[in-house]
Design a binder for this molecule. Structure first.
Ligand code: SF4
Length: 700
């Protein structure tokens, strides 16, 4: 047996500390268990984190591939990388924006930083983004607006101290099992409670002391109703608001009438009052993709932050706490130069641009001057003929982006380079495939949702044909610009040292977090400006508050509800919503056995009863204005009437979803679109991914 080595789970952003050991012979992880010495999680782990790693079912990529006609054929690394570099140079010869690069919240910080450095500092393209925009961008935008920083104030230490836990648009029982155990344990104490706001009676909602079942997509307006109720019943924490915030008068002037807003959200005024009363106690307010993945995502997330600010629910044991999905979504935001320069440095600040250009030894005018249009906008740019080449790293846009059939067509229109560990839907569209090491095979760091940095370590070698992410990126970089990187193999510790030096003095200061410190302490929260300090509750020191905004105060925000971007109508009378299934992870490239099956569509039994003539042995077809897929229809009274719930992970489902985005965050509106059921006899048989009729299905 190989040695047990400390590492951190890469299956979700709880970031559980684990011990791994590799197989005796060959490649891969043999066993995983919780690490009792890891701060924060103390040996806890869930089945997904343990089991999925032990035996991934996905098809591993083991050698570079180059497209010859309709097939991908093996190639040498030199040929593959030379081809990629030549095509990228050709694409960027006239305009750097002709190259798009899509990264991931599943990369290490070292890989994300290296990719951002090459994208922004090497090529200078504005079309660089990551799949974190698909899940967290609305929360991030709301945090910046409210606090001047993308740092959730809370940490896991606050969970036991809260009296009321409000989970809004999230299902941590399925998505974050270890975190949910802490929430449940705290809510079970005398005088404590768990309140869940969700249109669906999810696993978490079924377990709650109170479940508020709202109309899908009305999170913003319900939060406004609760705020309006708090104002009209004089339950605002005036001392906190007057001392530490700006903009409260503008917010109150913008709020709707309680009864009208309650009706829009599909709840009673009594329910609004009950939610308002929940904030009387020390309250932690968690939210997730049900809030973020909306055309109103930034406004809704901002309104949840407003609720905490207005009730003085800031400070240990209380506050707003976004639940991050991917293991290193936080790290992507801190280090990869996506929406900010490393360390959350403001993208538009000339001093930051000078500092970054100096650190990277590149001309400052090579750095792009805006953060780009986001992943959906990049697909639009491809469709307009403005992008010639695209490079995806540890992400699967052909399955994971909305209106995925359109995304697949766009990927076919560019020179596509796919860097990944597993054979994904996106690989099928690639011109060059670069096989990369994955969890258990790579060295680096990640940051969990409470800002804690931890090491991921390798317990297994990789096949000769597979390389580390940072080496692949640096090799391409060195073929297009000679000054950016040392020669591969890059040392991950050297990369991290460069990154942490760039964060010094910023709100996300990691300069005091070294590999040696992580080896000794296992995990350290930022900001950590020196080798002894560690970040705790943010913006609050010695009884006083200070926010990195222009005025030093937290900022209330306003927003208005404009309705769903694609409401139901007589042609598409059902609303499709999506969510996480326990045990599954994103587009499922590591657990193909589960996602290759025909997708299940959960529907309220009374609604299902109206469509029995469209069922063939339990199967039917769900059609949106974008595509049709064959599903197994499962009656389930936890789903609201006239709605269908499907697995956000299944590669077929995003053929149906809507590419409308939040205009402030660029995050797509995955959670609601209009669909109808059709007879399965009118469609072709189900394919591996479940998609039966790609492409538009009509203008009606
Ligand atoms: S809760 Fe998340 S980080 Fe922890 S073991 Fe489970 S999947 Fe891994």
């Amino acid at each position: 047996m190989t040695q047990w080595k400390p590492t951190v789970c890469m299956r979700c952003a709880v970031g559980c500390g684990q011990l791994q050991r590799g197989v005796d012979e060959g490649f891969g992880v043999d066993e995983v268990q919780g690490n009792h010495q890891h701060p924060g999680t103390n040996g806890l782990a869930c089945k997904r984190g343990i089991r999925e790693t032990k035996s991934p079912d996905g098809e591993w990529l083991t050698e570079p591939l180059i497209r010859r006609g309709d097939t991908l054929r093996p190639a040498t690394w030199d040929t593959a990388l030379g081809t990629v570099a030549a095509e990228f140079l050709k694409a960027t010869a006239e305009d750097p924006d002709n190259l798009a690069i899509l990264g991931s919240g599943q990369q290490t910080n070292e890989a994300g930083y290296t990719l951002g450095k090459l994208a922004r500092g090497g090529f200078g393209t504005r079309n660089y983004d990551a799949n974190t925009t698909l899940c967290m961008a609305s929360a991030v935008t709301a945090y910046y607006r409210a606090f001047g920083s993308d740092a959730p104030p809370c940490t896991y230490d606050d969970i036991p101290d809260a009296e009321t836990h409000i989970v809004w648009g999230a299902n941590p029982d399925a998505a974050h099992p270890v975190l949910y155990r802490w929430i449940r344990n705290s809510a079970d104490q005398d005088g404590c409670r768990l309140v869940v706001v969700d249109p669906v009676e999810s696993e978490t909602a079924a377990d709650a002391d109170q479940h508020v079942a709202i109309e899908p997509g009305t999170d913003l307006v319900l939060a406004q109703a609760v705020l309006a109720r708090l104002v009209e019943t004089d339950r605002v924490d005036r001392e906190f608001v007057d001392s530490y915030t700006d903009g409260f008068e503008a917010l109150t002037a913008s709020l709707p009438d309680v009864a009208t807003a309650a009706a829009t959200a599909g709840v009673t005024v009594e329910t609004v009052e009950a939610l308002a009363a929940a904030f009387d106690d020390r309250t932690l307010l968690y939210w997730g993709m049900g809030v973020n993945q909306s055309t109103h995502g930034t406004g809704a997330a901002g309104m949840l932050i407003n609720l905490c600010l207005a009730t003085g629910n800031m400070g240990p044991g209380s506050g707003p706490f976004s639940l991050t999905g991917q293991a290193n979504s936080m790290g992507t935001r801190v280090c990869s130069s996506k929406g900010t320069w490393p360390g959350h440095r403001d993208f538009g600040d000339p001093a930051n641009r000078e500092r970054v250009a100096e650190a990277w030894d590149v001309p400052v005018d090579r750095l792009p001057d805006d953060t780009g249009p986001g992943p959906v906008g990049i697909v639009d740019e491809i469709n307009r003929g403005h992008i010639d080449a695209c490079w995806t790293v540890a992400t699967n846009p052909a399955a994971g982006m909305p209106n995925a059939t359109n995304v697949e067509r766009a990927l076919d229109d560019v020179f596509l380079v796919v860097q990944d560990a597993f054979r994904s839907e996106t690989v099928e569209h690639a011109d060059v495939v670069l096989p990369a090491a994955t969890w258990g095979e790579t060295e680096g760091t990640v940051m969990n949702m409470e800002r804690r940095v931890a090491r991921v370590t390798s317990v297994s070698d990789v096949p000769d044909g597979v390389r580390q992410d940072i080496d692949i990126i640096a090799n391409i970089g060195n073929r297009v610009t000679s000054t950016l990187f040392e020669e591969p193999r890059l040392d991950p510790e050297t990369v991290f040292d460069e990154l942490r030096a760039l964060t010094a003095g910023t709100p996300a200061d990691c300069s005091g977090i070294s590999y040696d410190r992580l080896a000794a302490e296992r995990a350290v929260r930022w900001p950590a400006p020196d080798a002894e300090s560690e970040g705790g509750y943010r913006y609050h020191d010695d009884g006083s508050w200070s926010f990195p905004t222009a005025t030093g105060s937290a900022q209330f925000s306003t927003a208005s509800y404009e309705g769903l971007p694609e409401p139901t109508d007589s042609t598409y009378p059902l609303l499709l919503t999506t969510g996480r299934r326990p045990g599954a992870y994103n587009t499922g490239v590591r657990n193909r056995n589960e996602t290759a099956e025909t997708p299940r569509a959960r529907i309220h039994p009374e609604t299902a009863g109206r469509y029995v003539e469209l069922l063939d042995r339990g199967r039917t077809v769900v059609a949106s204005r974008r595509s049709r897929i064959t599903v197994d229809l499962v009656p389930d009274d936890s789903i609201p009437p006239d709605a269908i719930w499907m697995d956000v992970h299944h590669p077929a489902v995003n053929a149906l979803t809507l590419p409308a985005i939040d205009p402030e965050s660029n995050e797509p509106n995955y959670k609601q679109c209009a669909v109808r059921l059709e007879s399965p006899e009118t469609s072709s048989p189900v394919t591996r991914s479940g998609v039966v009729t790609p492409g538009p299905v009509g203008n009606d």
